[in-house]
Design a binder for this molecule. Structure first.
Ligand SMILES: Cc1cc2nc3c(=O)[nH]c(=O)nc-3n(C[C@H](O)[C@H](O)[C@H](O)COP(=O)(O)OP(=O)(O)OC[C@H]3O[C@@H](n4cnc5c(N)ncnc54)[C@H](O)[C@@H]3O)c2cc1C
Length: 406
């Protein structure tokens, strides 16, 4: 049996579900296909390894999607301050939400809880239809519609299909959209630890000759530590037993970490930069990691995905208002024009940071310390960077139409 809908979203991760919620709230009929149901939340559950720094602009989008209240009701850690410094130079920049008149700079939230909150919001919307567990098997695109065959035996026919199915997007592959990509020479080792210090309101990142080290605060006496290292070094660290691993963290992380009482989880992530060669084809469009992945140095990956959601929803709502076909290539390309430059800029900015802070000799260490010192000592520059990182500049003003959906 074939089901008919306006928009079919493949991938019910953070980006796909946020898009489903805002589109359904705007009056579109939406079907979502997702392979795995997120595990339900229980307060006694250990903290997940995968967490994201959610910007103020993303918080606004999640609120418009009807999910932010659910996130706060589960677990989220606000942070007010951010510090970035160079272990071998004099550069040290400190950002504070009060500099831009905000109570917080953002929140650290477990990825699963973001996804779960969006699922709960979607379940309360009659115009969102969920297919889970199911995955996309085949896609047939004609001039008037797109037809998808799912693994649960169903067929869905839509005016538009959205690939929000992550970095290894099947939609992207079936549409023959290539990617420009390369692997970074470092991996991210992530550890959730129980700290002696109580809940912190700061995220920090220290650049060292062996790679950046970062702390993201988590609820209570917990923190997520990120350590960028060569794949060989990551493998060596992960092979250590818990006592030796903790000793290594205490030896190499800065004293700002304080003492660690226990290790609650550890793992590693390979880092790849990818950019789809196009985001749009007739009746098909990509969003989130399906369109781009980024070095997570500044924690911007899913924030870029949420801004794709805002731009795509705005484009589709606008097209409908003008009685235009939401699957028409020129409409979808106008979404791509809104996002490609922004995403590329952020990807390239992260690459500059990646290279700037690599172990180096000559003028480079001096240059990076000077850049950090400049940001610290020029208040207008610091305010601009803070507003940009939180999404107060650029992203939020663009979200006016989404804001009205609340
Ligand atoms: C080490 C590390 C740290 C990071 N830290 C941050 C951070 O602090 N802040 C930040 O903003 N970002 C961060 N990111 C990036 C962030 O995790 C991603 O950008 C984000 O997960 C992308 O969300 P998405 O919904 O686009 O894709 P995904 O999270 O990959 O979701 C895709 C969904 O599609 C489903 N799916 C896949 N294929 C199919 C199919 N064929 N049919 C049906 N369903 C399918 C999957 O099950 C999944 O649920 C980090 C990434 C890494 C590696």
């Amino acid at each position: 049996m074939t089901q008919h809908t306006d928009i079919l979203i493949i991938g019910g991760g953070m980006v796909g579900m946020a898009l489903a919620c805002v589109l359904a709230k705007a009056g579109f009929d939406v079907h979502v296909v997702e392979e795995k149901l997120p595990t339900p939340f229980a307060p006694e559950q250990a903290l997940d390894l995968r967490v994201s720094a959610v910007s103020l602009a993303s918080e606004n989008l999640l609120d418009a999607a009807g999910a932010w209240g659910q996130v706060l009701a589960m677990r989220a850690t606000p942070f007010r301050r951010m510090r970035v410094w160079d272990a071998v130079g004099f550069g040290d920049t400190r950002f504070d939400s009060r500099d831009i008149g905000e109570p917080f700079l953002g929140y650290i939230v477990e990825n699963r809880l973001l996804q779960l909150a969006l699922w709960r919001a979607a379940e309360s919307l009659v115009d969102v239809h969920l297919h889970c567990p199911a995955h996309l098997e085949a896609l047939e695109i004609s001039s008037a519609h797109v037809r998808a065959r799912l693994s649960d035996g169903q067929t869905v026919q839509a005016r538009l299909v959205v690939g929000a199915d992550g970095a290894r997007s099947r939609v992207r592959e079936l549409a023959n959209i290539g990617v420009t990509s390369w692997d970074y020479d470092v991996e991210a080792l992530v550890a959730t630890v129980k700290t002696h210090a109580p809940q912190q309101d700061i995220t920090w990142q220290r650049f060292t000759p062996s790679g950046p080290q970062a702390l993201l605060p988590l609820p209570g006496h917990h923190a997520s530590l990120v350590w960028y290292q060569s794949p060989d070094e990551v493998a060596r660290l992960l092979a250590l037993d818990e006592t030796d691993f903790l000793a290594e963290l205490l030896r190499t992380f800065p004293r700002e970490l304080g003492s660690i009482e226990a290790l609650q989880g550890r793992g590693s992530f390979k880092l790849t930069r990818r950019h789809a060669q196009v985001y749009a084809k007739p009746r098909l469009v990509l969003a989130g990691d399906a369109a781009h992945t980024i070095n997570p140095l500044a924690g911007q990956g899913v924030n870029l995905g949420f801004m794709d959601v805002a731009a795509l929803a705005e484009t589709l709502i606008d097209a409908r208002t003008r009685n235009q076909d939401i699957g028409a290539l020129h409409i979808l390309q106008s979404y791509e024009r809104k996002r490609r430059g922004e995403n590329l800029l952020m990807q390239s900015g992260m690459d500059v940071l990646h290279h700037l802070f690599k172990p180096s000799r000559g003028a480079l260490p001096m240059l990076r310390s000077a850049a950090l010192a400049l940001a610290q000592n020029l208040p207008p520059l610091k305010r601009m960077l803070t507003r940009r990182a939180t999404g107060r500049e650029g992203d939020l003003p663009r979200m006016a139409q989404i804001g009205r959906l609340k």
